[in-house]
Design a binder for this molecule. Sequence first.
Ligand code: FAD
Length: 456
Amino acid sequence: MNPDLAAALSGLVADPDRVLTNPQVVERLSRDFYWYSPILRKQLDGKSADLVVQVMSVDEVRDCLRYCFANGVPVTARGSGTGNYGQAVPLHGGVVLDLSRFDAIEAIGSDGVAICQPGVRLAALETAAGNLGWELRCYPSTVVKASLGGFLAGGSGGIGSVTHGGLRDFGTVQAIELITMEDEPRLVKHEGDAVHEILHAWGTNGIITRIWFRLAPKVRWAQCAVAFDSFDTAYTFSERIAVSNEWMKRLVTTFEWPIPGFFSPIRSLVREGKALIFFMVALDQLDQLQDAAKLAGGEITHAGAFEGFRATPLLSDFTWNHTTLWAIRTDGAYTYLQCGFDPVGARTQFARLKERFGDEILFHIEFMKRGDGVVIPGAIPVVRFTTETKLNEMVDFCRQIGVSVANPHVNNVEGGGRYREDNVQLLAKQRYDSRGLLNPGKMATFSPAFASTKNL
Ligand code: FAD
């Protein structure tokens, strides 16, 4: 710990107790879920900030950045630390700027746009929106803990994406205000297409301080689990529901056996040896869905109204990247990939992957709408890790057969997918953080204008 840094920053926040220097606390707040990847685990274990500052206002963010710029101190933003690529792990020490207490919902307008501070938990926003007849268009399966700022800077989509697309689609993020890392930090606003300069930049090109987030009209949802004898029949049925506009849905997730066997808290929903689908559909379509599933040969293992995030079972707790968590809990040798299959050729792609890798890859499909309106079989397959070479072979093979991969075993913005080919995130970094002090090391194509910083 650097006592001068702690003393200086204590004078910049209203309560000096919000500068955290206890080594265990600093270490904990310097970590995220990078350990999902055996490769990142090796790279990032032991990395830690010097201290953590909990900021609660624009002025506090600005004052901290001004000081850190002047003194060449790296700053890594943190929402709730649920990212799973080491996005919020400081590679070069310095300050972790904890935004989790900068978390007010400032307004939810009659136009369905929420104006929020960055640390607001997504579940809190969903609840507040629900009271006014709105809901989140999409949210990660970490909704209860994850912050809105962290979702924008590090996430991609989730529950809801089958209808509303990912975070970057359909204008879901209307505008972002952020503070730059300069001698005199500026508050700048990005609206419309300009939000893409900041989205998924891992906090490397500004600290997000306010978000205008478009919501969707609230729907009364139901959850439904259906078991099928084979992955093929399950996939066929889930695809039919996912792509059809007749169904109002929030979640369509399909698991190949043995993945459902990993879901220990909900064993009663699982049938030995069978594939499983989890749906969230409009409550008034639940009966119709059950009839259709039975006709297609499925067995309904759960059906009921969705009672919110405290519901038991909460099916979304087993979907998106939570599936990987249950797999790792069952067997530490499992890890994962993030893939996009071809909506027409997916079955051939599945077959080719099975032929080549057998049970080293287990299919977990998350249907999601692309920005062009086509619903595609996105996927977070569970992968048995043996060696880095073998994992990279699988990534290469996927790409050869037309399966896109956002590689979750890479600790930089460019390598992990979602980096824009027009380099707008990099161009914004050059404008807003020319010294490269924001989350340094995470934007691989960036080189600082001058690197006379203390810790770099
Ligand atoms: P953090 O992890 O704290 O931060 C993420 C990134 O954003 C970091 O680079 C950080 O520096 C930056 N950041 C945070 N706040 C700011 C700010 N105010 N300004 C600038 N930069 C900032 N992701 C999905 O998209 N969909 C999923 O379904 C999903 N499921 C998951 C399931 C599990 C079990 C786990 C472990 C992760 C999952 N994730 C998923 C990843 C992650 O949970 C989400 O992206 C989440 O929204 C991140 O929010 P956070 O507040 O935890 O961000």
